[in-house]
Design a protein. Structure first.
Length: 229
């Protein structure tokens, strides 16, 4: 078995264990393999090991990989998970399946307008600044509902839920607190009548805490592909 295949299996085992610990079904947590800085050849290796959803942070790098793996296009879900500038929305709207880091209406409006007719709606999450750090991106919690309602009304987007990258914390209790806050925000959106089902939260270092608090999608890079250089 290749290193990538073995790592993928280990991550899936960890997801299953964390889900069981939380009294959840393992199948309720999907795995997004974060492939930023990873070559197209190594993404192909992960695909061959059974992984079909990949996350990219940088527009040009992502487009290059989508092109290099064009023969697999109909069987791969490409997620754009990085910050997105308004002058780079068009290729993302045209080529990706998901966008995780919507943090203002202008970006969502451009993505909707630029999504080609005939393609499935672009699946999107709103990024929340859950740890309230001035340096991190994302919309403040108090503004999430209004933005979610506006995004949900756009014709070529499908609002799926919320995403966050909390400040790093070492102990599990401290890791869980911001994930719990994101889960409560998703509940508020549901109570307001929005049909949302996705909590995109948890990375290699805090995946267990995220799953304990209800993550439905974990974004894992290092634990699958090794340390980035
Ligand atoms: C890089 C990245 C990840 C993956 O982080 P790892 O620590 O390598 O698992 C997840 N989400 C986002 C938004 C990232 O930029």
């Amino acid at each position: 078995m290749s290193v990538i295949a073995a790592n993928l299996q280990a991550v899936k085992n960890d997801i299953a264990a964390a889900a069981q610990q939380a009294g959840r079904e393992a199948s309720a947590v999907s795995l997004l393999a974060v492939s930023k800085t990873v070559s197209a050849e190594r993404v192909r290796e992960a695909f061959q090991a059974g992984q079909h959803a990949f996350g990219e942070n940088y527009v040009q790098e992502g487009l290059d990989k989508i092109a290099a793996l064009d023969d697999l296009r109909s069987r791969i879900q490409w997620h754009f998970i990085g910050p997105l500038q308004s002058n780079k929305t068009r290729p993302v709207a045209e080529q990706f399946d998901w966008v995780h880091a919507i943090d203002r209406l202008k970006i969502a409006e451009r993505l909707s307008a630029q999504r080609p007719a005939g393609m499935a709606p672009l699946q999107v999450c709103i990024q929340v600044n859950i740890s309230d750090e001035t340096t991190k991106s994302g919309v403040p919690p108090k503004d999430v509902l209004a933005l979610a309602q506006a995004v949900a009304a756009l014709p070529n987007l499908r609002l799926r839920g919320l995403m966050a990258i909390p400040a790093p914390a070492d102990d599990p209790a401290a890791q869980r607190q911001p994930f719990a806050a994101l889960r409560e925000l998703l509940d508020q959106l549901r109570q307001a009548g929005l049909q949302v089902d996705t909590l995109s939260m948890g990375m290699s270092a805090d995946m267990d805490a995220a799953i304990a608090e209800g993550a439905t999608l974990v974004r894992i890079g290092t634990a699958i592909f090794g340390a980035r250089h």
